[in-house]
Design a binder for this molecule. Structure first.
Ligand SMILES: *[C@@H]1O[C@H](CO)[C@@H](O)[C@H](O)[C@H]1NC(C)=O
Ligand SMILES: *[C@@H]1O[C@H](CO)[C@@H](O)[C@H](O)[C@H]1NC(C)=O
Ligand SMILES: *[C@@H]1O[C@H](CO)[C@@H](O)[C@H](O)[C@H]1NC(C)=O
Length: 325
């Protein structure tokens, strides 16, 4: 038997395997089976509690629930089982908390997680469920299991939890001189998002173009436009996106040409509009005067109308007839 096989075995197993006389013509698969058997035997013989984490990194969207898996294998009765989950939060790694503890059949939760954390498979597994996840739940979790008098080897497992957050609605602002030749700064900032949202600025018309952006920190970016002209006018979009989605805000820039032509047109429009309104008012007044002069009963009927609703029905047709004659 080759010596490398014995490398993995302790004294007793080595003797057990060595005492077996291998036929010289043994096939390779037979060797493998035997080796596996010997390794299994070794594992059983070690007789120590072993913790395994089925995941080493996990992600959850804020507000969703997550099950943090922690399995253990033990051959002793579970009467003295003790489980401790700790968390070193990303926000304060130097001050870990005890998330949840199982000891002598009692369960103790950290105040920040009361009502949100629980074991899901006691006493056979140390899995926990965290409901309504928050950003502060992100960090390094450690699952420690003890089952005296059995030794633990290793009795501890670790996993990293990331809490993802969609970008919040960014805020678009502009600042500067909107007259031709001036310079304008468009800025955009987003309050939150995990992973950190990517910020970009685009001009949407006449055709969509991406604009060079100056980042101010991780969560805000601005675009400076110098020597603005009529071509600068248009709709600008800032978008904040990460793997959970994209949120946009917009700025509609209108650059004043400086000449009076555009305001002249506006004045013309306003003048025409007010003149038409005056003409209309005059027409209405004349119609009314004409009506009161010709038909005295109109005044009476108007008063009755205010007192009794049904009169309105009776007089309306005649009113309409008059208006169209
Ligand atoms: C989490 O929520 C689920 C469903 O809403 C519930 O069944 C479970 O008991 C909750 N777990 C904890 C630890 O509160
Ligand atoms: C500003 O732009 C105009 C044309 O849009 C150009 O003629 C002028 O030279 C520019 N001025 C500066 C200072 O770049
Ligand atoms: C932007 O402003 C211009 C002029 O002020 C207007 O014609 C245009 O409809 C606006 N666009 C949007 C998308 O608001």
């Amino acid at each position: 038997m080759p010596s490398f096989l014995f490398w993995h075995m302790r004294g007793e197993e080595r003797r057990a395997c060595a005492s077996y006389r291998f036929p010289s013509a043994m096939a390779a698969p037979g060797w493998c089976a035997l080796w596996t058997l010997c390794v299994c035997f070794t594992a059983l013989q070690t007789n120590a509690l072993r913790v395994t984490m089925r995941e080493s990194t996990m992600e959850v969207v804020r507000g969703d629930y997550v099950i943090l898996p922690c399995s253990f294998f033990t051959s002793s009765p579970l009467s003295r089982l003790n489980i401790i989950w700790t968390l070193a939060p990303f926000s304060s790694p130097e001050s870990p908390i005890q998330v949840i503890v199982y000891d002598h059949g009692q369960i103790i939760e950290d105040p920040s997680l009361i009502g949100r954390v629980g074991f899901t498979g006691l006493p056979w597994s140390a899995d926990i469920m965290v409901n309504d996840t928050r950003v502060s739940d992100a960090g390094v979790y450690r699952c420690m299991v003890n089952n005296p008098p059995e030794a633990a080897d290793p009795g501890i497992g670790e996993l990293l939890l990331t809490v993802l957050v969609a970008p919040s609605l960014p805020a678009c602002r502009w600042d500067g001189d909107m007259d031709t030749g001036g310079s304008v700064t468009l800025s955009c900032s987003v309050a939150e998002g995990i992973p950190t949202p990517e910020i970009r600025w685009d001009k949407l018309n006449p055709e969509e173009i991406s604009l060079p952006i100056n980042m101010e920190g991780e969560l805000s970016g601005s675009v400076q436009i110098i020597n603005v002209s009529a071509q600068t006018s248009g709709l600008y979009r800032c978008s904040a996106s990460n793997l959970l989605g994209t949120e946009n805000c917009y700025i509609n820039l209108s650059i004043y040409s400086g000449e009076e032509s555009s305001s002249g047109i506006l004045q013309g429009v306003l003048l025409t509009l007010s003149m038409s309104l005056m003409l209309l008012a005059l027409l209405v007044l004349m119609t009314w005067l004409h009506r009161t002069g010709q038909d005295g009963r109109w005044r009476v009927s108007k008063e009755e109308e205010e007192e009794e609703g049904y009169n309105e029905i009776r007089y309306t047709p005649s009113l309409m007839k008059r208006s169209f004659v």
